[in-house]
Each structure stands twice: as C-alpha cells, then as structure tokens.
Design a protein around this ligand. Structure first.
Ligand SMILES: C[S@@+](CC[C@H](N)C(=O)[O-])C[C@H]1O[C@@H](n2cnc3c(N)ncnc32)[C@H](O)[C@@H]1O
Length: 272
C-alpha cells in the first residue's frame, strides 16, 4: 500500500521467497507482503538486495523469483486512472479530486479495470436501484481491494462482510474502507473460503472468484441461503462445468452477462 512519503506507484521491486512465514516487516519502502501458497512475495518501491539477503540469512530461505517492473506493466496495457460506472466515479488516491470512491489499488486485484470487476460493479448497481431498494446485507467473497464492498456501501447496503485469503488484500481493503469512511458498514475477514464456514443468510452474495472455488461453494447446500447471488470470474468455456455444479432444481438463473471473454451470472435460490 501507499504509505508516506509515497504518493503513487512508479516501479515495483518484487522478491518471491520460499520461507513459509516471515515476521512483519517495517521497511519504509515496503508496499506489502503478498502470500501465495504460504510463501511470501514482497513488493517494494525500491531495490532491496541487502535486506532480502539478510532476511534469507536469518530465516534460512531463498529467492525463488525476482523482478522489477513499471507499475503500468503490473496490469499490462492498463493505466490506473479515474473511471465511472453508471454515475459512480472511482479514482486512485493519487488522482482523486472529485470521486465518489477513492482507492489505493496497490498490487491487488480489484482496480476496477478488469472486465469481471466491471461486470460485477454494473450488476451490483443495477440490483441496488432505485435508491432505497438496495439490499441491506451483502457478502463480498474474494474482495481484493474491497472495491465491490465499498460500492455496495456507497449504494446504501449497511451490513457488508468481506473475505479474502491474501493478507495484503485484507490490508488494502482495510485502508480503502477507511479512506471512504465505511468502517461501520464493512467487516473484513482474512480467511480461506475453502476452510471457512460461511454465514450466507444475507440479501446478496457477490463472488468474483476462480471457477474451481465457485464450483466448491456451489456444491455446499449451506451456501444457498442468500436471496440473490452475483457470481463472476469465469469465461464461456467454464460455464458448462459450473452449470453442472449448481444444485439441481434449487437455483434459478435470473440473468447472464458477458464482457469480453468474462461471464457473470445472477442467481436466486428457489423456494423449497
Ligand atoms: C478475481 S479477484 C476479485 C477481486 C474483486 N472482488 C474484484 O471483483 O475485482 C479474486 C480474489 O479472491 C481471493 N481469493 C482467491 N482464493 C481465495 C480463497 N480460497 N479464499 C478467500 N479468498 C480467495 C484473491 O486473493 C483475490 O483477491
């Protein structure tokens, strides 16, 4: 995340280590520690050869992979800049003069520029309109930067729970929730959806997730206790497999949307 004196991201220095767990790091140039398969991927604003050497010496680990790249190449071909979905404006913290939602996108999924996020935002807005008819409670599964949860809060949903298993995503979400003043409305859980018992008795579940995770959730009868589901993160080739994972005669397809090669479904459980 951005911490003073940094106001924006220019270059990323990335070190993927094979250590299982590192203690919290306080380096002033640290962007964050992304945990992938229980291994740390450290992102810095500046090169950190000496620090990494010392960490490896102390913890008996090795660098699996390292890279340095422009921030613009992190999401290739995509400049992170202000954008609008319907009448909601979103802007990165470094360009946030008049926006409804301010975001520190960091290096986390959920800048708002991926077609799957954009589809989720458009659909969330649709199902929260007209004003005053918004769902009251929402689960945001795989929240990334927290953008969808914050959009929900902006639309009037007052009880939102997010989940992500990447501690850096949870840190970034916490920062973005605070930046937008929704600490009362949004609860952040850093947990693995494959292991976490989920309380799905809510008005709306939003899940932009890998198709295998979605299929796992679909297979659990206790997943189907919400009133409405917005699910995304898969492409047309995966639709058949996901359709087969839906519980037979328990769920109705309300709407199917597509943006580029990304699909979104709106689902509602049928009364038993
Ligand atoms: C495709 S991104 C979606 C981010 C954001 N909701 C959006 O729409 O832009 C999926 C997110 O799910 C998280 N995730 C992946 N596997 C997970 C798991 N097993 N448990 C919890 N979160 C997970 C990732 O860390 C990532 O932030």
């Amino acid at each position: 995340m951005l911490r003073p004196p940094y106001q924006r991201y220019e270059r990323l220095y990335v070190y993927h280590l094979d250590a299982v767990k590192l203690p919290p790091l306080t380096d002033p140039d640290l962007i964050g520690n992304w945990i992938e398969d229980d291994t740390p991927i450290l992102f810095f604003h500046r090169p950190k050869e000496e620090l990494i050497k010392e960490l490896c010496r102390q913890h008996g680990c090795q660098v699996i992979y390292q890279a340095d790249l422009d921030y613009a190449d992190w999401e290739p071909g995509q400049t992170i800049e202000p954008f609008k979905v319907d009448n909601i404006s979103v802007a990165p913290v470094w360009d946030a003069a008049e926006a409804d939602i301010i975001l520190d996108p960091s290096v986390i999924f959920g800048t708002g520029f991926h077609p799957s996020t954009r589809l989720c935002m458009e659909t969330l807005i649709k199902y929260c309109r007209p004003p005053g008819t918004a769902p009251q409670s929402m689960l945001d599964l795989g929240t990334g930067t927290g953008l969808l949860a914050i959009t929900g809060a902006h639309l009037g949903i007052n009880k939102i729970t997010t989940f992500d298993n990447n501690p850096l995503a949870c840190e970034v979400t916490a920062k973005n929730v605070a930046l937008n003043g929704y600490e009362q409305e949004i609860e952040i859980n850093c947990a693995d959806l494959r292991q976490e018992p989920l309380e799905t008795r809510v008005d709306l579940v939003v899940a932009n997730l890998h198709h295998t995770l979605l299929a796992g959730l679909f297979a659990s009868p206790s997943f189907w206790q919400a009133k409405l589901y917005i699910v995304a993160g898969f492409n047309p080739a995966m639709e058949e497999q996901l359709l087969a994972a839906l519980p037979p005669r328990r769920v109705k397809m309300i709407e199917r949307r597509r943006h580029d090669r990304w699909c979104l479904w709106v689902l509602a459980p049928l009364a038993e």
